[in-house]
Design a protein around this ligand. Structure first.
Ligand SMILES: [Fe+2]
Ligand SMILES: [Fe+2]
Length: 310
């Protein structure tokens, strides 16, 4: 298995021969997730020397390119954004979001989900929320002046505006703890659905490659534009199940914050990037589409794992 080969090599175990072919999409997703993870907080078994392992870099590059190709082939079918010019980017983002009819996990949580389903959703979400905003932090040095200033304004909120107790990833960790789940970084990676890993791997891919800076901020815009209202529904669902407290606080924070962030992301980040670097328009829209598409695939997978018809 490729993921076993990668994990062994990350741990510094001398491995024999070249990387084996992946044993299917799940194996590939776990391998890429692990290769990315050493660029974030790392994990216990991974050696610091792994950062300089060119063999691992080559595998990462190959897996990232395959992922980008898959994501682009899904985007190729979308004609919602044909002939968009730089000035039309904020409106095109709104049109993409408006045309998104993916199944709504927030609606389900608000009205119907039971406690077990919410706990499962939180475990899956923890893979991203415990490093919330980190993949986007890589994009900062790659942006022109106006987009850079706006992104840092948004990220300042995500990182708690100077107060560690307001840092979004930390709010989520405290929420996990309050509902009886494990708050440690990466605790539920082994339970992650392939769709969860793909969603996280795409975010890292967009953050890591300068060429994809437009996709990174386009993804951010779609994410922020579909967060405020669903967050309110999640608060209502948590209240309904008697799970109010720190987890509801995390989502409550996003009702207000993301109503502001969606404007910042669509206009001040994506809009100005498109004006300053018109060749990024397509990447911005590709990133936004991909965010919505990955979320829809994740929601579909959750509903089917629960046996809930949509
Ligand atoms: Fe946040
Ligand atoms: Fe936000």
């Amino acid at each position: 298995m490729l993921s076993e080969w990668v994990l062994g090599r990350l741990a510094g175990t001398p491995s024999v021969g070249d990387a084996p072919a992946a044993d299917g999409p799940d194996d590939e997703a776990i391998a890429l997730w692990a290769l990315h993870e050493v660029l974030y907080r790392g994990f216990e078994d991974a050696s610091d020397d792994a950062e300089g392992d060119v063999g691992l870099f080559a595998v990462r590059h190959r897996l990232e390119s395959g992922l980008e190709e898959r994501l682009r082939s899904r985007w190729a079918g979308s004609d919602a954004t044909a002939d968009v010019g730089p000035a039309g980017v904020p409106a095109a983002l709104e049109a993409l979001v408006a045309a998104d009819h993916g199944p709504s996990l927030a609606d389900h949580v608000r009205r119907h989900a039971d406690r077990d389903q919410v706990m499962e959703l939180l475990r899956q979400r923890s893979v991203y929320h415990l490093k919330e905003a980190d993949p986007t932090a890589w994009v900062v040095p790659r942006l022109p002046v106006r987009a850079k200033a706006a992104l840092v304004e948004l990220q300042f909120d995500e990182y708690g505006a100077g107060d560690p107790n307001r840092l979004h990833a930390h709010l989520f960790a405290r929420g996990l703890e309050a509902v009886g789940l494990r708050p440690e970084y990466g605790a539920y990676v082994d339970d992650a659905l392939p769709e969860t890993l793909e969603l996280n791997n795409a975010l890292s891919l967009f953050g890591l490659r300068r060429r994809l800076r437009g996709a990174a901020v386009g993804h951010l815009a779609a994410f922020e534009m579909t967060s405020s209202l669903p967050s309110r529904k999640l608060v209502q669902g948590l209240d309904r199940l008697g799970m109010d407290g720190p987890m509801a606080t995390y989502y409550d924070e996003h009702v207000e914050a993301d109503a502001v962030h969606e404007q910042l992301a669509a206009h001040d980040i994506c809009g100005t990037l498109a004006e300053d670097e018109p060749d990024q328009v397509d990447a911005i829209l590709f990133g936004a589409f991909t965010c919505l598409d990955l979320e829809a695939r994740f929601a579909t997978a959750m509903f089917s794992s629960w046996g809930v018809a949509r």
